[in-house]
Ligand binder design. Structure first.
Ligand code: ZN
Length: 506
């Protein structure tokens, strides 16, 4: 048995749950993946066992039984497993059970004192409900990262109290999750004719849209652009779509495989193992690995299945954010092909979870935007892209904003050598073509980006020629750009500030 220490927030979570159980029998504990839900619940189970109580922890996937069993072993919790094909040991006080098997054996498995439902956003499904109803006298703890269910039905029908742990950002700060970069690709996907049932897109309709060869080609192309060589899970619409995507990767020379719920256990384990070892680079599936699938060396996810389910979105997009001891500087890459960010925002958005039976809120436009130059998704208020330096706000817009604010219009003359202030002290902004070329080489941007960025700082025709030389363009290009620039300048107001001046009113 390994020595396992709880972190302060984990202790707090356990304490909060314990407190709630003094006046509630059914509590839901909310913690993002990465918070250590299995360790926290395992800890509670161990304490219950020490007080002579019986516990059942139930999960709904084969992989999760194995992972939970491993964690319980590390905690020194002797346990039986209730699952098809496994010999039961019902005399042991702790059981890890598969939902399906437990639901079938309710008559033979005695009621526990403490019942724990993993991924409890499923709890309104019939198999789950049959377990909860059969053990109605037990203390019930549900754990989940997303305490809501599709179609706006909430968990308040089952639970009477909710305990919340840390947010995704807090877990990133603590190092429980890695930082991430979220890229969204320009979407040519049209979901207009995709029907919605029970709050989610109809799969058959989605499959038709997403199986377009150009869209699948784009998935491979963007993997190469944003996550080349990284281990990635690709979430697809259905088995057929997933197989097609895997084939497209293999055709492009990137080793990929498809796995689904029907893949025989041994074969599935073998493929997952090859993925862990990095032999398979891209593992395509349809929802199979959304929940509790721990592969620390997973570095990227590809979202190729549009969803309206916030739960599914969070589970899939947080999946690569497991820290990797072999890669302490890991930054997870999320590639969104399906505009999920426009429905939900970024994976670290704060959500106001509640057990109240309110009607579902309509998703408002998410407060994020995607950089038109590199695709990085950033908060709406961001003025400069942290990835490529793209300025979202033009000088004209900045001026407009100020005008709205002050009623005055003014323009600052952009000085060579001006510096930008950031939260972490002053840094000099890149301004010469050489500066931008260096960035482009480091970040593998195209030469067009260098020209685009450097031109913003060009003060003369000579500057434009210099940029053309650096970028390998002809002199004619420099002349054309300089003329374009002068015309643009001429169309502006004549109130350009000179050095030393501050504000000029219109
Ligand atoms: Zn950018």
């Amino acid at each position: 048995m390994d020595e396992i220490f709880l972190r302060e927030y984990q202790r707090q979570f356990i304490e909060d749950v314990r407190k709630e159980f003094t006046c509630h029998k059914r509590v839901v504990g909310v913690a993002p993946c990465g918070a250590g839900k299995t360790i926290m619940t395992g800890w509670m189970i161990r304490e219950a066992t020490q007080r002579g109580k019986r516990s059942i922890f139930f999960v709904h996937r084969h992989e999760l039984i194995k992972q939970t069993s491993e964690t319980f072993n590390r905690l020194g919790i002797e346990h039986g497993i209730i699952a098809a094909g496994v010999k039961s040991q019902l005399d042991l006080p702790v059981q890890i059970a598969s939902v399906q098997t437990l639901a079938r054996r309710l008559k033979t498995v005695p009621a526990p004192d403490f019942l724990i439902c993993d991924e409890c956003h499923h709890i309104l499904a019939n198999t789950y409900k049959s377990i909860v109803n059969a053990y109605s006298d037990s203390y019930l703890l549900g754990v989940t990262a997303t305490p809501q269910r599709m179609g706006g039905i909430n968990l308040g029908d089952i639970f009477t109290s909710m305990v919340k742990s840390l947010s995704v950002d807090e877990l990133i700060t603590l190092g429980n999750l890695t930082d991430f970069k979220y890229f969204a690709t320009a979407s040519n996907i049209n979901l207009k004719n995709v029907k919605v049932k029970f709050g989610e897109y109809v799969n058959a309709d989605l499959a038709k849209v997403m199986s377009d060869n150009r869209i699948i080609g784009g998935i491979v192309e963007n993997y190469l652009k944003y996550a080349r060589g990284k281990s990635a899970i690709c979430y697809c619409v259905n088995i057929k779509h997933s197989k097609k995507v895997a084939k497209a990767f293999n055709d492009a020379g990137i080793i990929a495989a498809h796995v689904d719920g029907e893949t025989p256990g041994q074969k599935r384990e073998q493929l997952v193992e090859e993925f862990r070892l990095g032999k398979i680079k891209v593992l395509c599936n349809a929802e199979l690995f959304s929940e509790g699938f721990d592969v620390p060396n997973m570095q990227a996810v590809i979202l190729a299945r549009p969803t309206k389910s916030l739960t599914l979105f969070i589970q899939q997009s947080l999946r690569p954010m497991r820290p990797d001891v072999n890669d302490p500087n890991k930054v997870a890459i999320i590639i969104d092909h399906v505009q999920n960010y426009s429905r939900f925002g970024l994976p670290n958005a704060i959500h106001a979870w509640s057990l109240a039976p309110n009607p579902p809120k309509k998703h408002k436009e998410a407060p994020v935007k995607s950089c038109p130059n590199c695709g990085l998704v950033v908060p709406l208020a961001q003025e400069t892209c942290p990835e490529c330096g793209y300025e979202f706000v033009t000088e004209e817009e900045k001026e407009e904003r100020l005008k709205e604010h002050t009623g005055y219009s003014f323009r600052l003359e952009r000085e060579i050598g001006s510096s930008k202030s950031t939260g972490r002290g002053i840094v000099h902004a890149p301004k010469t073509p050489e500066d931008f070329l260096k960035i482009a080489r480091e970040k593998k941007y195209q030469i067009g980006w260098v020209a685009f960025r450097a031109l913003e700082h060009a003060q003369s025709y000579e500057d434009c020629v210099h940029i053309a030389d650096i970028c390998g363009y002809k002199r004619g290009w420099a002349y054309h750009k300089w003329k374009e620039r002068q015309e643009k300048l001429a169309s502006r107001t004549p109130f350009i500030l000179h050095k030393g001046e501050t504000i000029k009113m219109i």
